[in-house]
Ligand binder design. Structure first.
Ligand code: MLT
Length: 398
């Protein structure tokens, strides 16, 4: 008899954001007509920028014309997009070749799929609090997980330790959920550690475009030695508003080799088998992001989210609540007031002021007592949420 994958029994009952969606739906069903202010999942509220929309329209027209029509796309991505992404990195002084770029349908898909490249019995080091898909994908794959908790004392930026080692090391910087960003020196220590131990770093750069401080690295490949130990997974979801459109890319250097086997070649082998590539239309839209016009326009949208962050940070300052993030990241990570647990605070905000956030415990046990706000909502909702937060929390005791 075919048996189901036994590792699913080790997963939490439901995925964090699905669980929150169910809880908020139950609230709305019980309180018809209520308008929730959603600052939970990091889903963008601004439309795609003009340069992207124009490119998408043109690509649709291409598909209507026999001479310009495209069928299957190359599995690793259209040359025009791979070249545009490589050139984007080269402008920032990072040497990446187009054949080291793999176009994907988004970072979350890729973070799970990429586990195909590694020995199943291997181990994964996950710094927590962490984006919950890291843990879930590793549980589903039956890999051993080593949890590395971080805390406010180390700025949510743990250092490598000889006794805590794994084949795979997840690093998300700017971090989801804490907003903490590794400095070049800190990342160099992780790169050296990975090279010394033969580990591979999976670097999640989904939030790199929110970094304001120019001394902070936006790519692991700004760090010397990273090409022999790292894979970078990036997404246009947050930088260019592609959460619903779906497009991302993965950088796998040719120099990333273990036991004489090239991970770049393995991933090409994997993609040619498991995908038929991302649609021509989306890749044309994605290429527009990397034009000068596209870059200018996406930066304008990011500024709107950054203004939201300022609005929320001011509200938390007024209410006297400890937080971090928000500056180089679209997430604000705060300590729940009045000693509340993170799900308790979730219910409190939902019931009292109809504001939805994300409980810190959903990002790992060390996130208990913390809470995350996303700044991707509309400015109107964010201003309203800030007002309600101040009113609710300013009068609290303790
Ligand atoms: C989040 O809210 O953590 C992210 O939006 C989830 C995701 O990117 O899948």
């Amino acid at each position: 008899m075919m048996k189901p994958n036994p590792f699913y029994a080790e997963l939490k009952d439901s995925y964090l954001f699905y669980h929150i969606a169910q809880k908020t739906k139950a609230y709305v069903d019980a309180h018809p007509g209520t308008k929730l202010l959603r600052m939970g999942i990091g889903d963008v509220s601004l439309p795609l920028c003009d340069a992207v929309i124009r490119a998408l329209h043109e690509a649709v027209d291409d598909q209507a014309d026999k001479a310009r029509f495209h069928g299957y796309m190359p599995e690793a991505g259209a040359p025009f997009l791979r070249e545009a992404i490589a050139a984007h990195y080269q402008k920032r002084g990072i040497e990446i070749a187009p054949y080291e770029v793999f176009v994907s349908s988004g970072a979350s898909d890729e973070l799970g799929d990429i586990l195909d490249l590694f020995e199943r019995s291997g181990s994964s080091l996950i710094m927590e609090p962490a984006y919950p898909a890291y843990v879930d994908a590793n549980v589903m794959a039956g890999r051993k997980i080593i949890h590395l908790p971080s805390n406010a004392e180390n700025g949510f930026l743990p250092e490598p330790r000889e006794e805590v080692c794994a084949d795979l090391i997840y690093i998300c910087s700017p971090n989801n959920p804490t907003g903490a960003v590794f400095s070049k020196e800190q990342l160099k220590r992780w790169v050296d550690f990975a090279n010394q131990n033969g580990s591979i770093i999976l670097f999640d750069a989904a939030y790199e475009s929110f970094i304001e401080d120019e001394t902070l690295p936006r790519s692991i490949f700004e760090i010397e030695g990273a090409k022999t130990c790292a894979i970078e997974i990036c997404s246009l979801s947050k930088s260019a508003g592609f959460t619903g459109t779906r497009l991302g890319y993965t950088l796998i250097p040719k120099a990333l080799v273990r036991d004489g086997v090239s991970f770049n070649e393995m991933w090409l082998r994997n993609r040619t088998t498991k995908t038929n590539g991302v649609s021509y239309i989306l890749q044309k839209g994605g290429a527009a992001v990397f034009t000068d016009e596209g870059q200018r326009q996406i930066r304008e949208n990011i500024q709107v989210y950054k203004q939201n962050a300022k609005t929320l940070m001011r509200a938390l300052d007024t209410a006297g609540i400890w937080y971090c993030g928000g500056k180089n990241s679209p997430y604000i990570w705060l300590r729940c007031p009045m000693g509340m647990g993170s799900w308790e605070f979730f219910d409190y905000l939902l019931n009292e002021i109809q504001v939805v956030g994300t409980p810190g415990e959903g990002f790992g046990a060390c996130g208990e007592g913390y809470f995350r706000f996303s700044t991707f909502g509309s400015p109107e909702d964010t201003i309203e949420a800030a007002k309600r937060l101040i009113k609710l929390l300013h009068k609290r005791e303790g």
